[in-house]
Design a protein around this ligand. Structure first.
Ligand code: NAD
Length: 359
């Protein structure tokens, strides 16, 4: 990447390759990424010819190279970074290849569907300290959730003691989601968003207990889970992750965190982003917030980190910690037992300071 634009102090746009032209690549990322002046998408890849043709039809104004093999992107010396939005089991191989080829990597969540593969990504990133490996745990950039984290850090609700989250979406249509060995099921895929946020907001987890199973009958995955977390801080949390829904059920989310001084809550019922604060002795208060979504802010954070050679605000070690918590919840469902997290994973706790939240 050349260091700056001619006649300007602005750093040059990051030359980017997008790998995976499915839902995450084209619906979640492309709309904001293609408008971000920090990025120039120069190539896209998908191993399906029809996805490449569909891309040309859907984005006629994006004149980019189209490749069936992602390796053509990562071995292109003019490309600075890749955004990986392919199915979860392919994340590790693509990310490791890209890092070896000297590319910065933004990889969709979950970091991987196995702890061993996630560790391989982290090990490879450690061999390239000048490169960024950022994982798209998007709630750390989602305006409502960023506000909740901020209000907790400002001490608005006192010491957090109770948390409750809900996330529900019909199981996505792509076939890999219905196989446990590929997607990891609803806990590793969908519930991971709240798991990651709770560990970011409330700190390391002492123990996990969960119940759930394959309730819809589709595939072999856990498609519904209720998970209880005990945090080292003494806080307790209950979360629900649900894929066992009719296909016309709308994507639904909710979060409440109660502290010794009040409660903060948000949900996606309203099309305008907002959060509610209920503080002891004060009138209940609803605040409207930013209109852009978390995908925009996480892309911005990644691109800024690449341009300014700064650390990413969402590193892979934190993503691995969240994956370990998700695996513990699955283990609890399998064994019916409370899972105690070991000391080693506690030290990998995912807390990041507010000034690392790129806004
Ligand atoms: N952050 C979020 O909110 C969010 C939401 C949805 C999905 N995701 C994640 O994004 C990833 C993709 O999910 P999706 O729903 O878009 O899946 P999808 O099936 O809709 O799209 C994946 C695309 O990747 C392509 N692909 C597969 N292997 C490839 C390879 N080796 N090289 C290039 N392309 C390849 C497939 O042909 C497909 O077009 C998953 O890890 C998923 O968990 C994240």
């Amino acid at each position: 990447m050349s260091s700056s634009n001619k006649n300007s102090d602005q750093p040059a746009p990051v030359r980017l390759g997008l790998i995976g032209l499915g839902f995450a690549g084209t619906v979640l990322h492309l709309p904001s990424l293609s408008r971000n002046s920090r990025a120039r998408i120069v190539a896209v890849s998908d191993l399906s010819e029809s996805k490449l043709s569909q891309f040309s039809a859907d984005f006629p104004d994006l004149h980019v190279r189209k490749e069936l093999d992602y390796r053509s992107i990562i071995h292109d010396p003019t490309i600075d970074a890749v955004l990986i939005a392919s199915p979860t089991p392919s994340h590790a191989a693509i990310a490791v290849d890209a890092l070896k080829a000297n590319k910065h990597v933004f990889c969709e969540k979950p970091i991987s569907n196995t702890i061993a593969d996630a560790q391989k990504m982290i090990d490879e990133a450690e061999r390239h300290p000048d490169l960024i490996l950022m994982i798209g745990q998007v709630l750390r950039f989602w305006p409502e959730y960023v506000q909740i984290k901020k209000q907790i850090e400002y001490g608005k609700i006192g010491k957090p003691i109770i948390a409750r989250t809900y996330r529900a979406n019909p199981m996505p249509a792509s076939q890999f989601y219905e196989k446990d060995e590929l997607s990891g099921g609803v806990i590793v895929d969908l519930g991971l968003h709240d798991i990651d946020f709770l560990s970011w907001a409330l700190g390391p987890v002492k123990s996990v207990f969960a119940q759930g199973g394959n309730l819809s009958g589709r595939g072999d995955v856990i498609d519904y889970a209720q998970i209880h977390f005990n945090f080292v801080s003494g806080a307790i949390a209950y979360m629900e992750a649900n894929w066992a829904l009719p296909e016309n059920f709308p994507f639904s989310t909710a979060i409440e965190i109660t502290g010794t001084g009040g409660m903060i809550a948000a949900d996606n019922c309203d099309s305008r982003a907002s959060y509610q604060l209920t503080l002891k002795g004060q009138k209940r208060f609803t605040a409207a917030i930013a209109e852009l979504n978390g995908y925009h802010y996480e892309q911005e954070a990644f691109l800024k980190a690449v341009q300014n050679k700064r650390e990413t605000p969402m590193n892979a070690a934190a993503a691995l910690y969240s994956l370990r918590l998700a695996m513990a919840a699955k283990e609890s469902i399998k064994t019916g037992k409370l899972i105690v997290m070991d000391e080693a994973t506690k030290t990998a706790s995912a807390s990041a300071s507010l000034n690392e939240v790129a806004k």
